[in-house]
Design a protein around this ligand. Structure first.
Ligand SMILES: [Zn+2]
Ligand SMILES: [Zn+2]
Length: 335
């Protein structure tokens, strides 16, 4: 009897929970991403790969041959409008038919909202294909536009809610890699879109304190919610965990795009252990871009100073020799 009451209570609690898992729309992550080519001229690749996660959720990825960034974009379709997260690295519609592809995936006439995880060019270069289109709104990527559009009063605290029609998406500020970065959570599929803030590979950090606070904020957000997959803006590793070079157009045997909720929940501790310059933790490589640039700047200054010192020494040496020769010649003349 006791156990019957217990089971009933758990069942009622599950029904009452706003984050009950029963309604999560399933989808497929069974996809092999285009690996590019050793020679993209001899072996051209389709510029844009579309993976249908489920009937109203698409993952789009630019081929490593089209851009070595090979960024990912996500299209969520609601009953009243659709939302595209990021527009990728290639502006020219002839090279990257993004707007035409998205239009082909949407029901005719459905309005489209274009938002971004953040403002780095490899996530917004395709905006130009959508600006000036009817029924399309493109949200700017600078902090002013992001705060105004989503209505963040106390950035980076709080979360915004975007209603696409029978599909609600939460927008949670996660600055650190970029000052106006946002992570999106789709309540229908429980997919979490983390852009460059969290992805399989390099975590490039611009502001360490902001990044740590964002990790705690998004972990607190995710902890009581179901998360089916954590999906970032790039796949930068092969299956064995080796990083592809930054400029690589050929990425064989790629690591899975999807990260887990547990990996996300481990992020705050990982960043707390980060020394603020460079660190690794499992498959993740944490790099402080600002400090690295400062280090490169200091190294460049040192090299410059060394070159100047050598030049000064050489000039003085030549002058000394010239003076010595002159004195020698004058000595001979006196004789
Ligand atoms: Zn970025
Ligand atoms: Zn990126």
């Amino acid at each position: 009897m006791k156990s019957t009451i217990g089971v009933t209570l758990i069942f009622l609690a599950l029904l009452a929970s706003p984050f009950a898992t029963a309604q999560i729309a399933p989808g497929s992550m069974n996809v092999d991403w285009n690996e590019g080519a050793r020679d993209c001229v001899k072996d051209p690749q389709p510029p844009l790969q579309v993976h249908r996660y489920n009937a109203d959720t698409y993952i789009l990825r630019e081929s490593p041959c089209a851009t070595s960034e090979a960024p990912l974009k996500y299209l969520l379709v609601g009953t009243r409008r659709a939302m595209l997260i990021d527009t990728g690295d290639v502006a020219d519609a002839k090279q990257m038919p993004l707007a035409a592809t998205v239009a082909g995936l949407l029901p005719k006439g459905l309005p489209l909202l274009v938002v971004h995880t953040h403002g780095h060019l490899d996530h917004r270069a395709g905006d130009a294909q959508f600006e000036h289109q009817r029924n399309v709104r493109v949200v700017g990527t600078d902090l002013h536009h992001v705060k105004a559009f989503f209505g963040f009063k106390q950035w980076p605290e709080g979360a915004a809610r975007i209603d696409l029609g029978k599909r609600v998406v939460d927008a949670v500020p996660t600055p650190g890699h970029y000052p106006s970065e946002i992570t999106y959570y789709d309540r229908n599929t429980a997919l979490l879109f983390t852009g460059d803030f969290f992805l399989p590979g390099r975590l490039l950090i611009d502001d360490v304190d902001a990044d740590r606070a964002s990790a705690r904020r998004i972990a607190a957000f995710a902890t009581d919610r179901p998360v089916s997959h954590v999906l970032g803006g790039h796949v930068e590793l092969d299956a064995s965990g080796e990083l592809f070079p930054f400029t690589s157009n050929y990425r064989p045997n790629q690591h899975a795009l999807s990260l887990s909720k547990n990996e996300l929940l481990a992020l705050p501790a990982m960043l707390d252990a980060f020394n603020g310059w460079y660190g690794t933790s499992g498959m993740f490589v944490m790099i402080n871009q600002t400090h690295e640039l400062q280090l490169l700047g200091a190294a460049a200054l040192l090299i410059l100073a060394a070159i100047v010192a050598v030049c000064v020494w050489l000039v003085r040496r030549v002058r000394r020799h010239r003076r010595a020769r002159l004195a020698q010649a004058q000595g001979h003349g006196d004789l």
